[in-house]
Design a protein around this ligand. Structure first.
Ligand code: HEC
Ligand code: HEC
Length: 211
């Protein structure tokens, strides 16, 4: 219960900072659609349902999260990009902040095609981590930040339900190794550091099938 209270306070604090940081500049999905259809389509699909597991689905993703990731793929003021991926760094470089808001608005409004967990043997372990975490290892429940059904929680916490398990697994390993370090307050690095390969695989499979 103490941990839940701390988490609630953390969540509340993040809402407050985001409310202050995010001005009411909502993107224009119609303009974003053009960007999606001309540039993003090859890898993410024009509607954000990507054709291959290396490319994450963007349909139904939290718009502020999409915008943040695109910004993180960009080098700012000569500093290296906060999120390192050669393909996406090239894609984000020519986009203006307005382009990023527009394309984020477009993808967030598209319908994510439902996925199913492929490997049923992973469900019990995955579900336990998702709902309760692992008290002994100090792993918090994923549901606390990503929502009980994995739909994400605006503005900071991305949707994980319906995502390719291979992509989710790769991101968890990247956080664990510190190759991905753009998570605020090391929130995800702290979680991933405590997960084994088997746990990562199980929770990635479980999240894929959530709805
Ligand atoms: C040539 C293929 C390719 C194209 C074109 C492409 N992407 Fe990506 N995108 C990727 C890959 C691969 C990743 C995963 C990067 C990683 O593993 O960290 C990614 C990741 C992302 C992410 C992070 C998603 C998440 O869940 O964290 C966003 C947002 C994104 N792309 C948006 C876009 C937008 C918007 C466009 C068009 C302007 C675009 N991408 C064009 C390949 C592509
Ligand atoms: C304390 C809050 C918190 C908890 C608990 C948490 N996460 Fe996260 N997670 C985040 C935040 C914040 C981000 C976005 C980081 C960023 O801005 O790049 C994130 C991002 C992710 C991503 C990257 C998604 C993408 O599209 O690239 C994955 C995968 C992920 N979390 C999985 C998990 C799993 C699995 C668990 C449970 C074992 C978990 N998280 C628990 C806060 C949390």
């Amino acid at each position: 219960m103490i941990r839940m209270t701390a988490l609630a306070a953390l969540l509340a604090a993040s809402f407050i900072t985001n409310a202050a940081e995010e001005p009411a500049t909502k993107g224009d999905p119609a303009k974003g659609k053009t960007v999606a259809e001309t540039i993003c389509v090859a890898c993410h699909g024009a509607d954000g349902n990507s054709p291959a597991s290396a490319n994450p689905n963007l349909a139904g993703q939290v718009p502020e999260y999409i915008h943040k990731q695109l910004s993180n793929f960009k080098a700012v003021d000569g500093k290296p990009a906060a999120r390192n991926n050669p393909i996406m760094m090239g894609m984000a470089a020519p986009l203006s902040d307005e382009d990023m808001r527009n394309v984020a608005a477009w993808f967030s409004q598209q319908k994510l095609k439902p996925a199913a967990a492929k490997d049923e043997s992973q469900i019990a372990l995955g579900q336990k981590l998702w709902r309760m975490g692992d008290f002994k290892k100090g792993v918090p429940a994923c549901a606390g930040c990503h929502g009980p059904a994995g739909a994400g929680l605006p503005a900071q916490f991305p949707r994980l339900s319906g995502q390719y398990p291979e992509y989710t697994e790769a991101q968890l390993k990247a956080f664990r190794q510190g190759d991905r370090a753009n998570d605020p307050e090391s929130m995800m690095r702290n979680v991933a550091a405590k997960l084994s390969d088997a746990e990562i695989k199980a929770v990635a499979e479980y999240a894929a099938g959530l709805r």
